[in-house]
Write a protein that binds this ligand. Sequence first.
Ligand code: BV8
Ligand code: ZN
Length: 251
Amino acid sequence: MDDRKIGQVADLLQRAVSVVAFTGAGISAESGVPTFRDNNGLWEGYDPMKVATPEGFKEDPRTVWRFYHKRRQQAQQVKPNPAHLALAELESIRNNFLIITQNIDGLHQQAGSKNVIELHGSLFKARCTKCSCQLDLNSCSQEILSDEPSCPKCNSLLRPAVVWFYEPLPEEEFSAAMESADNCDLMFSIGTSAEVHPAASFVWQAKANGAVIVEINPKPTAASQIADISFRIAAGEILPKIVEQYKSIGQ
Ligand code: BV8
Ligand code: ZN
């Protein structure tokens, strides 16, 4: 059954001028990174309103920093999985391929993908709560990774450079994602429950612009109703097969 659909998607890839992959936590699941809303997901252990909102941070910055330090350490110990690698290969063999990710784990970039829009920020970046100072946590000293790190410029409290609930998405990334959703012929929705907005709205936007929607998720999601082709399977299983088939028909 999937073989026929794989052939269809490879043909779509061959004919599409502009392709977007919209990804969520599920694409990193096979790397061992917990998702948010699955069983044993992050939101089972933590109250998102306490660790992923500005109010939660104001009330208890130490707990929020511990939550993100732990996720950063986890992300540093895992590797991209075949799903990330397949998307990186797809970018290397065709033009006009963009990843819009809700993930902050950096695994797409680690897999070699260059055209990546991080809608919700990055585990590896921090920014000052007062001045415009931004830091790359990959090259930071230990004290910055403490429980309440302070800005090297103005000594105010630093915060994770991620988008929390009730916060707007970064301007530049938002408009670039909007532009690509408006102009793509084919959008993959991979490993996302498509419940968080405005990020998830890009799938509906692509659909409205006439793009074909291909969903890859073992479970149905809020976007399943608008998917033209759905694979109820892990991304790491099916994406390498789709890319292999696309290569075999000569892109
Ligand atoms: C905004 C922080 C306005 C970063 C995240 C009620 C209360 C509060 C807010 C709202 C509300 N109602 C609506 C809202 C708006 C809210 C929202 O959409 N809430 C939802 C939950 C109802 N959105 C916001 O607040 C946004 N901001 O609206 O601001 C505004 C505008 C202008 C000016 C001022 C203000 C901000 C949203 C960003 C929130 N930040 N996290 C972090 O810590 O990571 S949300 C969190 O959810 C992550 O960012 C994550 O990326 C995102 C989406 O989750 P998914 O990636 O989809 O993960 P999930 O676990 O849900 O699903 C995983 C899927 O993978 C599953 O379907 C599973 O089946 C599948 N899967 C598993 N294994 C595999 C697999 N698939 C393939 N292969 C596998 N192997
Ligand atoms: Zn500062």
